[in-house]
Structure formats: structure tokens, C-alpha cells
Design a protein around this ligand. Structure first.
Ligand SMILES: Cc1ncc(COP(=O)(O)O)c(C=O)c1O
Length: 428
């Protein structure tokens, strides 16, 4: 069988003329079995919609775990990428030289949040780019540990960072080492030491873990993979006070909940609490090429990183920067955080009403278009499968919660589409 880029046999869309059965076979033979995938092959994406070979149109209520916030193939981001490719400024060049896209992207991202870590000075923010979320989380961990050693006098190797139960920060060895889900780390030892976990939302438990070796607190301001959890009010504020009191670096992982997802550009704006470090990924480049960043106070960045102490071949390469610049402009120009707030409020109200008539729902929680429906049987995917049969893609968070996190551009008709399907699987 030959690969063809014609539209043959794909219901008018797609990259190849291989049929679904053949592609599933290839994946089974050649791919790692590391995802429990749904047996559905997506041939094309556009806006909030996913298309299959047989012409099925599925509403995307997952948005690649928030990577596709602006909608799939947003024309302005596509245009920026095509321009870069066609005009000779897309290819990776080594980090021993500068590129204009990198400088412009650094300025754009650094200026997006307010002054981070103001107690370290009012010198502006700096940004260190990588390729995937987990890389930027590890960059932040490196920085907090370095701060602990250099500025707090902690013996190198003894630095400790406080994390939270049900955290999710990615899949590499250091971050799975402090996961509280055994399946993420079992058999992958030796694990990285230096982390202590407190219950999410528990300030007293956090304070009890602080000692002379504590250099950082790493937290998702709302937990995406942990069950779409929103901490109690004042939690982030309490962490801020604790970090100030004990001279600890406070790091917010907003890879899933930042960039407008929860109805604000940054999730921390709901509580008006400024972290020292902000970690972003996924939607920062609009879902077309990977980019992630660690943003922090300039003084902290300069203290921790010198030539040779960090780096990444593709981190901040021109194509990713072009996408990042375009995606941030789209988020601002199209008021995606405001849209997420308004559409999310309406959708959550409707879901709450449906839930009130459902025998299956335990709780509905969320902010903006970050909405979780916890189900009583603890098996959210049993509902995910039914929703997919009704042409709506929604997966589980932490097993027990149906995640509703569509692209932030969904319109009223698409909100109705979601509600009709939830009504069918949760009530009828
Ligand atoms: C909060 C959070 N941090 C980190 C990551 C890891 O990002 P990546 O998969 O890009 O490495 C994720 C991914 O889902 C996430 O939700």
C-alpha cells in the first residue's frame, strides 16, 4: 500500500489513503502501548471539530488537555507557521546565535504576567524556553534547588521541594518520582529524592513539611489530571505568605490551566496571588508545534542560570517562537480568557442543572471552560465511550471525573451540542 496525500478514501479529508483498520494494525505492531487509546482515528481537525475517514464530525471537548485552546488550525497561527516555513525562518539554528523570533517571543511571554516574585526586585521577568511541559517543570525544579543552595545555604543534595497529592507535572523520571499515583512510577526506580507531598489545599500540612532544607513549593493552582480540583479559597494566598515567610520559591504549574483556560489569562489571577515562577506549555503555541516556558523574576533567572548550566537543542527554535507569538496574539485579540469565562459560566450552569436530575453525578466543579463532572461509579470513561458514540470526545481525569475542556472558541450551538449529549448519557 502506498502513502498518498490525495483526499482519496478519507471522506474528503486526511493525510494518507490507508484505511482505519490498517492504521490500527500499524500502531499495534510498531507503537508502544503506553496510552489506553480510544479506537478512533482522526484525519483532520478544524476549530472545535475532529473529522474521521468516514466523514464523522466529533466535537473536541478535550482540546488536547488544553493545548488547542484557540481551536485547531487557527488560521492566524497557521499563517505564521507557513510564513516561517516558506520564507526561510523556521529551521532550528544552534543556540550559539540569536534569532529575531526568539527575542520577540521572550519579550512577549515575559511581559504577559505581572512582575513575578516581586520580593526579588522589580526588574521585570525573564523566560527560558523548552519543548514540552515536563521540561519546563524540571527547569523550575533546577532553579529552586539552585536558589536553595546558593542563596539559602542548603547543602547541595539536601534541597527539598513540597508538592501535592494527586499532582501531575509530566512523565519524566524526576516528576514521576514525586507523583502520588503508584502506576506512574512503579518499576521505574531509582527515583529522584528531595520531594515531600501534602494534601492539595491543606495549608497546615504544607507548613508542617517546611524545614531548613525546603527551597521550593511546586503546585498546580487547579489540578487538571488530579480530578479537575479547585483548591479552597485562600490556599494560594496562604502558600504565598508561607513562601515569603520561609524564603521559599513558589512555583505555579499552569501548563494545563493557564492561557485563558479557567476564564483568566492565568489561573492565579482568580486569587490575585503572584507566584515567583510560572510554568506554561500546551496552549502557549496554539496546539500546532510544541513550546513550553519557565518565566520568573529576572534576578532569580540570572542567579540560577549561566552559560552551560541549561539548554535544549530545539528549545525556543524559530518555528516554535513564531507559533508562540501568533498564539499569544490570538489569545489577546480574540479575548479568549473572557470567552472562556462567559461560555464556561453558561456551560457549567447548564451542566449543573443536568447533574441535578442525574442519578450518576456526584459533583460538578470548574471555572471557565475547565469543568469536571465527578461520577458516582468512579468510571468516567464509561461515560466517555458513550459520549464518543454520540460524536463528542471527552476523557476522564483521575478515573472518576469527566473532563469538559473544549477549545475556548466554542459557540452557543456547540454548548447546546455538549448539553444534549450529556443529557443523553447522564439522565436518559
Ligand atoms: C499541569 C501539567 N503539568 C505538566 C504537564 C506535562 O506536559 P507535557 O505533556 O507537555 O510534558 C501536564 C500535561 O498534561 C500538565 O497537565
Amino acid at each position: 500500500m502506498t502513502v498518498s496525500t490525495t483526499k482519496a478514501n478519507t471522506g474528503g479529508v486526511g493525510f494518507s489513503n490507508y484505511d482505519d483498520k490498517k492504521l490500527l494494525e500499524l500502531d499495534e505492531i510498531y507503537g508502544a502501548n503506553h496510552y489506553g487509546r480510544l479506537q478512533t482515528i482522526i484525519r483532520k481537525t478544524e476549530g472545535a471539530w475532529l473529522y474521521t475517514q468516514d466523514g464523522r464530525k466529533i466535537l473536541d471537548c478535550l482540546a488536547a488537555y488544553s493545548a488547542a485552546n484557540p481551536g485547531h488550525h487557527h488560521p492566524k497561527i497557521v499563517k505564521a507557521l507557513v510564513n516561517a516555513l516558506e520564507n526561510g525562518y523556521a529551521s532550528v539554528v544552534s543556540n550559539v546565535v540569536y534569532t529575531d523570533q526568539l527575542s520577540l517571543m521572550l519579550e512577549k511571554v515575559s511581559s504577559l504576567p505581572p512582575q513575578l516574585g516581586p520580593r526579588f526586585g522589580n526588574n521585570g521577568n525573564k523566560t527560558l524556553p523548552k519543548n514540552g511541559g515536563v521540561e519546563s517543570v524540571e527547569t523550575a525544579i533546577k532553579m529552586a534547588r539552585y536558589y536553595g543552595w546558593k542563596e539559602k545555604g542548603i547543602t547541595d543534595g539536601k534541597q527539598e521541594i513540597i508538592v501535592y497529592d494527586n499532582n501531575f507535572h509530566g512523565r519524566m523520571i524526576t516528576v514521576v518520582s514525586f507523583s502520588t499515583s503508584p502506576k506512574y512510577k512503579e518499576g521505574f526506580g531509582p527515583l529522584t529524592p528531595g520531594f515531600k507531598a501534602a494534601p492539595f489545599g491543606d495549608l497546615d500540612a504544607t507548613e508542617k513539611l517546611i524545614n531548613e532544607n525546603t527551597c521550593g513549593i511546586l503546585v498546580e493552582p487547579m489540578q487538571g489530571e488530579g480530578g479537575m480540583n479547585i483548591p479552597p479559597k485562600e490556599f494560594l494566598k496562604g502558600l504565598r505568605e508561607m513562601a515569603d515567610k520561609h524564603n521559599i520559591v513558589l512555583m505555579f504549574d499552569e501548563i494545563q490551566v493557564g492561557m485563558g483556560r479557567t476564564g483568566k489569562t492565568f489561573c492565579f489571577e482568580h486569587e490575585n496571588v503572584i507566584p515567583d515562577v510560572l510554568i506554561l506549555g500546551k496552549a502557549i503555541s496554539g496546539g500546532l508545534v510544541p513550546l513550553s516556558v519557565m518565566v520568573t523574576n529576572s534576578s532569580l533567572m540570572d542567579m540560577a542560570f549561566q552559560p552551560g548550566s541549561d539548554g535544549s537543542t530545539f528549545g525556543g527554535y524559530p518555528l516554535a517562537c513564531a507559533a508562540g507569538l501568533a498564539a499569544i496574539n490570538v489569545m489577546i485579540d480574540e479575548k479568549l480568557p473572557q470567552k472562556s469565562y462567559a461560555t464556561g459560566k453558561m456551560l457549567k450552569e447548564k451542566i449543573t442543572e443536568i447533574a441535578s436530575r442525574s442519578p450518576h453525578v456526584k459533583a460538578v466543579r470548574g471555572m471557565g471552560l475547565f469543568i469536571g463532572i465527578e461520577v458516582k461509579n468512579g468510571d468516567a470513561m464509561s461515560f466517555g465511550h458513550k459520549l464518543l458514540e454520540l460524536d463528542m470526545l471527552a476523557n476522564d481525569s483521575h478515573g472518576h471525573t469527566i473532563r469538559i475542556s473544549p477549545p475556548l472558541i466554542i459557540n452557543d450551538a456547540e454548548v447546546e451540542y455538549i448539553c444534549e449529549r450529556l443529557e443523553k448519557v447522564l439522565v436518559d
